[in-house]
Design a protein around this ligand. Structure first.
Ligand code: MRU
Length: 366
């Protein structure tokens, strides 16, 4: 997607520097900073500190991490060490482990001398595939938006609520939840997006930055506003992303998603999840019981970062000094609250049968 007229992906390989470049998202939406990732420690820090974030982007980043590991030392022992080092950076988004497993499975059968080049090629492939998957999710989601638009008066927007940032910067490009929005807007279908703030880290501000750059009308709302808006008939549909979806369609996503799904169910608002296949964990059935939920630092809750009146990025404390903060970063929405899963292969019911019908080749993996 474009930033100030230039097309960017959220990460890219610089051939001249022989290094990965990322957008350091800690400074968005106020500053657009690019960072080079040089060491395995840099890769781990980038993921832990959420310079890169969003399940698909974490996966693609980890693949480049494995490419660096193979370049430094392509032995089995070193690749295993790198796998473990990167795997422990963030526990919930399954794309991380999916990418690490894919890299290891691809590299281990190869002669050591071939591994560095093969690892880099695979990281490029994983990134390119992500772009293709998200574009297809957008096409499939566009059809749902088109149907809702058909029931509206000319020029009346389809009002979509989203939570967190499942946008292009959370993936390599297009985003998952945002891809149908970009494609509907580009197809001339009027839309308006309610953007949940998404405390504690305010990923909604990233979504606002993305949508604003693309000219998509949107309104930034507090996390508590969604239920009220749905109750008053102001939301036509919800589309969110996911960090891990189980084989039976339970959806783990950013904390607060579950509350939106409950409000959507109570108000008959369709609740869709944009789901790329690498985000499906075929080994897990019951999301609430089985998915590990990342617990992040309390400082993210007790403090907040923003732009001060003198135009500088600053952090302020919002609680009394010493107040303990609790910070579960994700929650699980049970499948019965989900209207449909928008995947790259089509839209399906959030159920074991729905997912297996679309992915017969993958569903036997567990
Ligand atoms: O903690 P984050 O910002 O990495 O969480 C991001 C989300 O929860 C997204 O909705 C999810 O990863 C899907 S991104 C396409």
């Amino acid at each position: 997607m474009k930033v100030n007229g230039t097309h960017y992906r959220s990460l890219w390989w610089d051939d001249d520097k022989a290094a990965l470049q990322i957008i350091d998202q800690r400074w968005l939406p106020h500053e657009f900073r690019i960072q080079q990732v040089d060491t395995l420690q840099d890769f781990a820090d980038a993921i832990v500190e959420m310079r890169v974030r969003g399940a698909p982007l974490i996966g693609a980043t980890a693949a480049y991490g494995m490419a660096l590991a193979a370049k430094i030392d392509p032995s089995n022992a070193h690749l295993d060490t790198a796998w473990e080092f990167l795997d422990k950076t963030r526990p919930t988004a399954i794309n991380l482990r999916w990418a690490l497993n894919r890299c290891r499975a691809h590299l281990l059968p190869l002669p050591e001398a071939d591994r560095p080049a093969a690892a880099l090629k695979l990281a490029h492939e994983i990134s390119d595939e992500d772009v293709g998957i998200n574009h297809s999710i957008g096409q499939n989601g566009l059809e749902i938006i088109r149907k809702i638009a058909a029931g509206k008066k000319d020029g009346e927007p389809v009002r979509i609520l989203t939570h967190c940032n499942a946008g292009w910067i959370a993936t390599v490009d297009w985003g998952t939840a945002t891809s149908p929005m970009y494609q509907a807007h580009d197809a001339g279908i009027p839309i308006h997006v309610w953007v949940d703030e998404t405390r504690p880290r305010n990923q909604g501000a990233l979504t606002s930055w993305e949508l604003g750059s693309h000219g998509i009308p949107h309104t930034y709302i507090t996390d508590n506003a969604g239920g009220h808006l749905m109750q008053h008939g102001l939301v036509d549909m919800v589309i969110v992303g996911t960090d891990r979806t189980t084989r039976r369609g339970d959806v783990c996503n950013k904390i607060g998603t579950y509350l939106k799904a409950l409000a959507a169910k109570a108000n008959n608002v369709p609740f869709y999840v944009a789901l790329p296949s690498p985000t499906i964990d075929w080994t897990v059935d019951d999301g609430v019981a089985e998915i590990p939920i990342e617990e992040r630092q309390e400082r993210e809750v007790t403090h907040i970062q923003g732009l001060t009146d003198d135009g500088k990025i600053g952090v302020v404390q919002v609680t009394p000094v010493g107040t303990p903060g609790g910070n579960p970063a994700f929650d699980v929405t049970p499948n019965h609250l989900v209207t449909g899963l928008i995947t790259e292969r089509g839209v399906c019911e959030a159920s074991a049968e729905g997912l297996a019908a679309l992915f017969p080749d993958l569903s036997g993996i567990a």
